[in-house]
Design a binder for this molecule. Structure first.
Ligand code: ASP
Length: 353
């Protein structure tokens, strides 16, 4: 697909133009495009439902397939994805719904003829009940929600969008699965020292996760952001977190904080977001998690990573050693993605979970 076919027109303006609905205890029929739509009670509800759905899937509760029976999800991925796309699709199918478009759908669609995002989203909106959208432009999920609201006024069957990542903006469902994993592994976020490491500027998962953790300010959670100076957490996220009264420690010195962290969240330097390859290469190897680095952490630390991993986890041999360490929870994190997306899809489709 050439660049012209990827609609990267100024979606960013929709971030200001479109005010997403707050969840406020009622998920049914709502778009999910930013974690700012959630309050603490909504987060507790997602965590609770994801846990229940996991149990039900594991005991092969046949009724799970009734929750989204007859519902159709369109999977609209304009950007590469392994886990998000697969787990959204698996979640919908486990709930008894089906998927249209699917992997590679975008490549062989009218997007190739130059159709813009607004029109492709509205086409999907006419046929599906829900769109899982990933797009390289920040604000694209806001743009999709804006156009779907307009479409919904004109057609019989409404459709909502759930973001699977909007460029360097947010990745709300990843943030929720990360939060679920922390609570699942640690019991709660109470008083935890949570350190986010790596590309905090372009990494959308850390934007969503930091905002979500900020909502737990009353629990005494502490945040630490470790990045190269050129890849610091954007001010918008920092402001959001600080407005919630969280004390954030920002540093480029990992060793200053590693030994005090209860959760270490490692990230990939987002090569595809850099304008100049040399800028990427200058920071690529600044933070590399290896077995020796993990040994400097607390005994009961959990090591998380949204994946995929490249240079920031050393060699394949390092991967193998890290993977066997019980402190590494990124495989559980990956599996949890499906349960959390099941919870969200079922709730947004109005099921009682
Ligand atoms: N898979 C995550 C994302 O889509 C993290 C990454 O790509 O590094 O944002």
């Amino acid at each position: 697909m050439n660049d012209a076919a990827l609609d990267v027109r100024p979606s960013a303006q929709f971030r200001h133009l479109y005010q997403p609905p707050k969840i406020a205890g009622d998920f049914a029929g709502k778009h999910i495009i930013t974690v700012e739509q959630f309050d603490k009670a909504d987060l507790d509800a997602v965590i609770q439902s994801a846990g229940t759905l996991r149990e039900r899937v594991l005991r092969r509760d046949g009724e799970v397939v009734r929750l989204c029976e007859g519902r159709i999800m369109a999977s609209l991925f304009y950007e590469a994805s392994t886990r998000t796309d697969m787990s959204f699709q698996a979640a919908m199918r486990r709930l008894g719904g089906s998927v249209v478009f699917g992997s590679n759908g975008v490549q062989f669609s009218s997007v190739y003829k130059g159709e813009n995002l607004a029109d492709t989203v509205r086409a999907a909106g006419c046929y599906a009940d829900l769109i899982a959208l990933r797009h390289p432009a920040e604000g694209s999920s806001f743009q999709a929600a804006y156009y779907l609201d307009k479409l919904n006024e004109r057609i019989e069957k409404p459709c909502v969008v759930v973001s699977g990542g909007d460029g360097i903006g947010e990745h709300p469902t990843q943030g929720l699965l990360d939060l679920f994993t922390i609570v699942d592994q640690k019991g709660s976020v109470d008083g935890l020292a949570i350190t986010l490491v790596g590309d905090l500027l372009y990494g959308r998962t850390v934007h969503s996760l930091a905002k979500l953790l900020a909502m737990f300010e009353a629990t005494g959670v502490k945040l630490c952001f470790v990045s190269p100076p050129s890849l610091k957490m954007p001010d918008t996220v920092l402001d959001f977190v600080q407005k919630h009264g969280i004390n954030v420690h920002e540093t480029s010195d990992l060793h200053e904080v590693l030994g005090q962290s209860d959760v270490v969240y490692w990230t990939r330097v987002q090569e595809e977001r850099f304008a100049r390859q040399a800028d990427y290469e200058a920071v690529r190897d600044m933070f590399v998690m290896t077995p020796a680095v993990l040994n400097q952490c607390k005994r009961d630390v959990i090591l998380m990573h949204p994946l995929p991993r490249k240079y920031e986890m050393g060699t394949y041999n390092d991967h193998d050693i890290l993977d066997q360490n019980p402190r590494s929870v990124y495989f559980q994190q990956m599996e949890n993605g499906m349960y959390v997306r099941m919870a969200l899809l079922a709730k947004v489709m109005g099921a009682d979970v």
